[in-house]
Ligand binder design. Structure first.
Ligand code: AHR
Length: 607
């Protein structure tokens, strides 16, 4: 019997419960969602070599650091065309191949200066076959000039390169060589449609960006995300080192594009600001004002009137209407107990940011950090009020399943929870698994029944280019031409597709579901077995480390059985066998440190 209580209203579901967490990790942006096909387009990836670029037909390549296009550019590439009667020049590898698709029209642009006594030939293809070709007959001379071309592909060739060659002779300096396929919603400088569609299909209620650790950066404050360096024409963005995840980012997918993406998805933007902390360093509290100003300027860019300084810039960049950021997170994982010096100051930082932001944007929903690692029970430990706190969990399937009731006991004191990052990460390969997805689904159901306190949640991270995996698993995996979702992706989708408005109280009374309910009060129980005549009823326990499950069996013939054991990681096996029909109801379980006491009742009417 399943009894649905339709007379009492139950918990009202948060209208913003399911959103997405976007971070440039595993080439989620360049070589991923950001549709740019040319790798190292501005020649900034290394100061010793032109990464991903190759010379062909006897051309020479040299990185140059003077006479540059503008202040944002630190390097350009000088190509010496051989002019030996054959084609010579350069080609680009793309991000592990450029996906040339029959019938698609590609938009090429680049900046160049120099002298060349011939036309440029541009094509897509591999060493053996050209599948798309065009000519730039406007001979390169003199000062920096932008060149554009479009060409349509005649055949599929997923591992193409972009070739720029000439039969002429001369020296040309190139910069910001860019190639775009058609983009999601036909946006300029836009997104890869197949990847963006996977996100859209989740109907995200909010889009958290730009991370994650990507917000914080590593080694130096220069490697943090600085929104104002990521807007405007692509040639004016200098990009920065994404040290956390091991590559340089072009910042082509920048602050404006994130906001645009949220708008295109119908999601509320949730911006995470840096509080003057990066991995390996921090700005002392007394010098924090520039970081606060940076956050305020970002909000003015997104929300300010066109008459304001940054609102005008937004309009200049093609979006006069405000984007309306309503949610702002103050720091990412910056309230960590082990970062003693910093975390002691987190609340001080939070207070300063909060004061400055609410003074200008009194309706802004602010999110604070709580300990993200090393505890299952992170709490806000400061009298300063915060509307939402961001909890992060990367755990095992069993952990998620047994925390189905986690939020039942949370105080209803006005402070809400944003489960900003969660995923099964333990023990599963790159493709995720059904077990992982089910663990997450059970936890999500626990969030739903407590949606009066859990207001928002986002699985993390989303994307991985399979050619450069730094973090696994991720729910959407891809290469230059293919994409698939893991089981976790489809759990996110099925839950988001079926969001209700209220969660009614449900009680169940069949032996099977009683055991399921029992599972929720016996956190360490991970499996149940059912006794049939002459067999053993059994259930198993995870040890504290969750690595070694120890199995116990109980006597199904006795009406009530109490098992006591000291369940340390090596397990302490209690075993009794039964030859009678029955099944086991766990009626009580108690955990004190490593001591587990379980009361189990054997019933005769089980299956
Ligand atoms: O999601 C991957 C990383 O995990 C995020 O960058 C960080 O916030 C967390 O530690």
């Amino acid at each position: 019997n399943i009894n649905v209580d339709v007379y009492n209203k139950g918990v009202v579901m948060s209208p913003n419960l399911y959103g997405i967490f976007y971070e440039d990790i595993n080439h989620a942006a360049d070589g991923g969602l950001y549709a740019e096909l040319v790798r190292n387009r501005s020649f900034e990836d290394s100061n010793t070599e032109a990464v991903a670029w190759n010379s062909v037909g006897g051309a020479t390549m040299k990185l140059v650091k003077t006479g540059l296009l503008n202040k944002a550019q630190a390097q350009a590439l000088e190509v010496g065309f051989a002019g030996n009667g054959k084609a010579s020049g350069i080609n680009n590898d793309g991000y592990w191949g450029i996906n040339a698709v029959q019938g698609r029209t590609y938009k090429l642009s680049f900046w160049a200066k120099g002298n060349l006594d011939g036309k440029l030939n541009v094509c897509l293809g591999n060493d053996k076959k050209v599948v798309a070709v065009t000519e730039i007959s406007d001979i390169v001379t003199g000062n920096w000039k932008k060149y554009n071309a479009e060409f349509t592909c005649q055949e599929n060739q997923p591992n193409s390169r972009l070739w720029i060659t000439s039969e002429g002779k001369g020296n040309v300096v190139f910069d910001v060589v860019s190639l775009f396929p058609p983009t999601f919603n036909n946006r300029e400088n836009g997104l890869r449609p197949d990847l963006a569609s996977m996100l859209l299909a989740l109907h995200p209620k909010f889009l958290r960006f730009p991370g994650g650790c990507f917000v914080e950066g590593q080694e130096s404050s220069e490697n943090a995300f600085h929104w104002e360096r990521t807007i405007g024409p692509i040639e004016e963005r200098n990009g920065h080192k994404n040290v956390n995840w091991g590559y340089r980012t072009s910042d082509g997918l920048g602050f404006h594009e994130y906001l645009q993406m949220a708008e295109d998805f119908g999601a509320k933007p949730l911006y995470v600001v840096n509080v003057g902390i990066w991995h390996g360093g921090f700005t002392p509290l007394k010098k924090i004002q520039p970081w606060i100003d940076e956050a305020l300027n970002a909000l003015e860019y997104a929300n300010g009137p066109v008459t304001s300084k940054y609102g005008a810039l937004r309009a200049k960049n093609g979006h006069p209407e405000p984007f309306n950021i309503e949610y702002l997170e103050i720091g990412n994982e910056n309230n960590q107990p082990e970062q003693k010096n910093l975390s002691d100051k987190y609340y001080e930082r939070f207070k300063l940011f909060k004061k400055a932001i609410l003074a200008k944007y009194p309706k802004m929903h602010l999110i604070g950090d709580v300990a993200a690692w090393g505890t299952d029970d992170p709490r806000w430990n400061n009298p300063e009020k915060v509307e939402l706190v961001d909890e992060h969990y990367y755990r095992s399937p069993a952990w998620f399943a047994r925390n189905f009731n986690k939020y039942d006991s949370y105080p209803r004191d006005g402070q809400g929870i944003y489960v900003g990052e969660y995923a099964v990460t333990q023990g599963f390969g790159v493709n995720g698994s059904l077990d992982a997805a089910l663990g997450e689904a059970i936890y999500m159901m626990g969030m739903e029944k407590n949606s009066d306190v859990v207001k928002m949640a986002s699985y993390a991270p989303i994307f991985a280019n399979l050619n450069d995996l730094k973090w696994r698993p991720d729910m959407i995996q891809f290469n230059s031409s293919n994409v698939f979702g893991t089981p976790s992706y489809y759990v996110q989708k099925v839950m988001a597709d079926n969001v209700g408005t209220r969660v009614l109280n449900v009680t169940m009374n069949d032996p099977y579901t009683k055991n399921l309910m029992a599972r929720t009060v016996a956190p360490e129980v991970s499996k149940f077995g059912f006794a049939t005549w002459g067999t053993k009823a059994s259930f198993s326990f995870d040890s504290f480390s969750s690595e070694n499950a120890s199995q116990i069996s109980v006597d199904a013939a006795k009406p009530m059985l109490e098992i006591k054991g000291d369940w340390k990681s090596d397990g302490n096996i209690v075993s009794q066998t039964s030859d009678k029909e029955g099944c086991i109801d766990i009626v009580n379980a108690d955990i004190k440190s490593n001591q587990y006491t379980v009361k189990a009742k054997a019933r005769k009417d089980g299956g």
